[in-house]
Design a protein around this ligand. Structure first.
Ligand code: NAD
Ligand code: DAU
Length: 352
């Protein structure tokens, strides 16, 4: 078998950096090329502990720049792609859908076009792993779960762009025999998540005693998964998943937003030595997200039954570790919440 040279796109982002770290440490024989544009969400600080390893290379690049992607394929003789680069925040997609269409749809097509040209007809030992989201399936009522057969029904510009990219990846498989696999995962939490997403945003606001902007009634439900478990599932699917297949990844861990927020407030009060109930007083119900999906819940039994994967830790433990990580890494948090972040925060929340 030829040596793997893996292009991980979006490797400086939240999930990408955990995937890069896992692959660099676990597979010293693989060459790992982290290809990332370093948007506001990409941060090389996330990878300080592995960036000197001999099997790791960082390339600053845009997946929309097809010629440069091709140059990178040639330079590093890329045999596999794990594609995580994307615009990922639903609220930003409501403000600026076009950026999501460009990166998530056109960017994915660019990567596959380059891979097809570079790999030619020889798809042996080649793989394009497309990392996607459960949001492509739409929104659930009080019961039921998303399975791999649930019809697509994306409802935000973000989820529509991810659904389009999923369709393109499957279409390339069907039309050209392009070697691919897709996974659709639920909400991730953990270290290094940009504080625009619910959990790190609220940790930061509690720390700074700022209001906690709960959208609508706070009764929306999400299924939370520790980011390291997602990276682990990607590793399993990359190595053992069946080519052409889709796998759902989830935490079997549904929380109504308001219950999760109250649990977070309790942990923060304890850790910060504040009086019980202090952080809950910061809760502020604000105008709902437009088109807010009510509930996501994943049925991950295919992954469990076929590849024997399941999450490794309980949510309470993961959430506490996560809070501790943000408290221990206040410099990371301060760095990413200075500058442009303040403008973003004012735009998103002042008018709500
Ligand atoms: P993120 O926003 O934290 O990181 C995205 C990364 O992609 C950043 O490093 C950014 O610099 C890079 N990037 C953006 N545009 C690029 C471009 N044009 N060229 C090269 N690099 C570019 O995102 P995340 O939360 O880590 O999500 C990673 C992937 O996983 C996305 O595809 C997302 O749709 C998917 N996903 C995320 C979640 C979640 O809960 N966060 C759940 C399921 C699936
Ligand atoms: O389900 C997977 C998806 O999870 C990923 O594909 C996305 O990339 C990721 O961003 C995430 O999407 P969500 O929209 O579910 O995550 P977010 O953290 O933005 O919001 C979680 C819930 O919290 C959602 O119901 C909206 C609510 N919320 C969010 C923010 C930022 C609030 O009530 N207030 C807020 O300020």
């Amino acid at each position: 078998m030829e040596k793997k040279s893996i292009l991980i796109t979006g490797g400086a982002g939240f999930i990408g950096s955990h995937v890069v770290r896992l692959f660099v440490n676990k597979y010293p024989d693989y060459q790992i090329v982290n290809f990332d544009k370093l948007t506001y969400a990409g941060n090389l600080e996330n990878l300080r502990d592995v960036d000197q390893k001999p099997n790791y290379t960082f390339v600053k690049g845009d997946i929309l720049d097809e010629a440069f992607v091709e140059e990178t394929f040639v330079k590093y003789s890329i045999t596999c792609v794990i594609h995580l680069a994307a615009e990922s925040h639903v609220d930003r997609s409501i403000t600026n859908p076009l950026e999501f269409i460009q990166t998530n749809v056109i960017g994915t097509a660019n990567l596959m076009n380059v891979a097809r040209r570079f790999w030619g007809d020889d798809f042996s030992d080649k793989l394009f792993y497309h990392v996607s989201t459960d949001e492509v399936y739409g929104s659930l009522g009080e019961t039921g779960y998303f399975t791999e057969d649930t019809p697509y029904d994306p409802r935000s510009p973000y989820s529509s762009s991810k659904a389009s990219s999923d369709h393109l990846v499957r279409a390339y498989h069907h039309t050209y025999g392009f070697p691919m696999v897709i996974s659709n995962c639920s909400n991730n939490y953990g270290a290094n998540q940009f504080p625009e997403k619910l959990i790190p945003l609220f940790i930061n606001n509690i720390k700074e005693e700022k209001p906690l902007p709960v959208y609508g009634k706070g009764d929306n439900v999400r299924d939370w998964l520790w980011v390291n478990d997602h990276a682990d599932a990607i590793d399993v699917i990359f190595h053992e998943g069946k080519e052409g297949e889709t796998y759902n990844i989830g935490g079997n861990n549904e929380w109504q937003n308001i219950h999760l927020i109250k649990a977070l407030c309790k942990i923060m009060d304890e850790k910060l030595g504040r009086e019980e109930g202090a952080s809950e007083k910061l809760i502020a119900y604000v105008q709902d997200r437009s088109g807010h999906d009510q509930r996501y819940a994943i049925d991950a039994s295919k992954l469990k039954n076929d590849l024997n994967w399941s999450p490794s830790i309980e949510f309470e433990e993961g959430l506490e570790n996560t809070v501790q990580w943000y408290l221990d890494n206040s410099e990371w948090l301060d760095n990413v919440t200075s500058g442009d972040y303040k403008k973003y925060y004012d735009q998103q929340y002042n008018a709500r």
